[in-house]
Design a protein around this ligand. Sequence first.
Ligand SMILES: [Cu+2]
Length: 198
Amino acid sequence: MQQQTLFGHVVQLFFLLLIAGMIVTACGAGSNSATTALSSPTTASNPTSINGATPAITGTTTPALPSPTTSRTTATPTQKASAPFPTPTKTPHPPTPTPKPSPSPTAPPPTTVEVSITFDSSGSFTFSPAALTIQPNTTIVWKNRTQTPHTVSSDNGTSFNSGTLAPGGSFSFTFKQAGNFAYHCQFHPYMTASITVS
Ligand SMILES: [Cu+2]
């Protein structure tokens, strides 16, 4: 009796263990399936959220990066634009040539001096001024401001000679070499004057 009872206990224990094992297995399977199910949706939601977030981030980040690049590109042109500014070298350039031409035209006038053939205080013909000192390359223009013909003739007879200078007429000569040049009027020997070039 006791052996049968013991055997029965063993059998009952075996079944209990078997049932417990099935329960554990079922629970394990259920937990496994549940975990898989949970992980599946999680994975599914993750991709969705990642995809959603990724485009947003990618879109935001991509434009943000190009923007700085564009700004840098814009900054580069700005530097290029500033580079032309130094070209103000052009500004100093024009002024420099401008003054140079100015003196050139201005210089000629001073190199021309007028000597009038006129009357002195006593009413006699005269060269005025009678004595004149000039620099080389100065041009003297004699103007006959009387109603009588005159001449402007160098005393040496070779430097210059106007010939007959009619009333209102003029004669010019440029003195290029230094020296003292005395001259007179062939019609009125008392009309004497001199040009000193130095
Ligand atoms: Cu004369």
